[in-house]
Design a protein around this ligand. Structure first.
Ligand code: NAD
Ligand code: SER
Length: 300
């Protein structure tokens, strides 16, 4: 029986991935962890405090719960990372190295680690950005994701491990709040429309970015993890595509339902990050290798 460890489980992705994993493995089979406790007393499942910088604590948790798979989600996202690059490097890189080393030593059968469209940079093709192309990010977050991808590929090859990864686009869902990314505006705008009737957008109105509806991202993750290892040719991380839109398009969509909703554009440091990322993504490698059908909802 599989026992799943999820790090950074209280974040935007973990809040929706953990329930999906619980459906598959049962509440008893999923150990959700984070470096702070959940809000409220009633966490729906097993929760354990765990800082990914504490290697001994990860080791202990893995032994205690007889973990067989790890979903390593803990990270500092792009906008927060720019505010504290040294901390971002520590959590994103030392945390990943801790998890990979422990997984190797413990013979953990599978690891999932998310990468991002942030691996691409200003000199990558802007539209339908291919799986393999120039990857010269100019953000510390993107640099940790490129380095993380290389580290995962190294462990896969050198130690014959099974670490799988997706380059998520900006994730958009209504069940959880985002945690300091550049694409967060696409979630916050809905909350502000409902709460205050106005929104100040940190990106310029025409800044298109690749995005994905959270249930599609969760489904893609579970499908990738269930795929036959032999069919997975990409040892770094798979491009993943949903939809692409700019702030003015999401505003127009909301105004159709809330005619009084107002938007002001006040681009800040996040504009420069967004401008360095692709407008849209080519995920044909993922479609070919594991026949993902995750786009049904995003395209619908
Ligand atoms: P998030 O910021 O919402 O959640 C990250 C979680 O990590 C938080 O709950 C935080 O408390 C935890 N964390 C931070 N430092 C930690 C530490 N030292 N030990 C343990 N936990 C720690 O981020 P998310 O959106 O849930 O992202 C999850 C993963 O997916 C990250 O690797 C991120 O880079 C990747 N990703 C997310 C998006 C997106 O749009 N949300 C897009 C691409 C990739
Ligand atoms: N959505 C993430 C961010 O904006 C991209 O990985 O940081």
């Amino acid at each position: 029986m599989d026992h799943i460890l999820v790090t950074g489980s209280l974040g935007q992705l973990g809040s929706e991935l953990v329930p999906a994993l619980q459906v598959k493995y049962g509440r008893i089979g999923v150990i959700a962890t984070d470096n702070h406790p959940p809000a409220g007393d009633d966490y729906p499942g097993q929760f354990h405090l765990l800082d990914v910088l504490n290697k001994a604590a990860i080791q202990e948790t893995i032994e205690k719960y007889q973990i067989t798979q790890i979903y390593h989600l803990a990270a500092i996202l792009s906008a927060n990372a720019e505010k504290n690059p040294a901390l971002a490097w520590r959590i994103n890189m030392d945390g990943l190295l801790n998890v990979l080393e422990i997984a190797r030593e413990a013979g953990i059968s599978k690891v999932f680690w998310p990468s991002s469209i942030a691996v691409f940079g200003p000199d990558s093709p802007k539209t339908h950005t291919p799986q393999n192309t120039l990857m010269n990010p100019n953000t510390i977050y993107g640099i940790t994701k490129v380095a993380g991808e290389k580290l995962c590929a190294y462990y896969n090859e050198k130690f014959d491990m099974d670490i799988r990864s997706l380059r998520y686009p900006g994730l958009v869902g209504y069940k959880s709040l985002p945690g300091g990314g550049t694409t967060d505006y696409a979630v916050e705008i809905y909350h502000q429309a409902a709460r205050s009737g106005s929104f100040t957008c940190p990106l310029a109105e025409n800044t298109a970015l690749p995005m994905m509806y959270m249930p599609d991202a969760v489904r893609a993750t579970l499908e990738l993890m269930a795929a036959d290892k032999k069919s997975l040719c990409v040892k770094t991380s798979y491009n993943l595509a949903g939809i692409s839109f700019a702030p003015k398009e999401i505003y127009a969509a909301i105004v159709r339902h809330c005619p009084d909703f107002m938007i002001a554009y006040s681009p800040d440091f996040r504009q420069q990050i967004a401008a360095s990322w692709p407008d849209s993504i080519d995920d044909s490698a993922a479609q070919k290798d594991w026949n993902g059908k995750w786009r049904t909802i995003s395209k619908g």
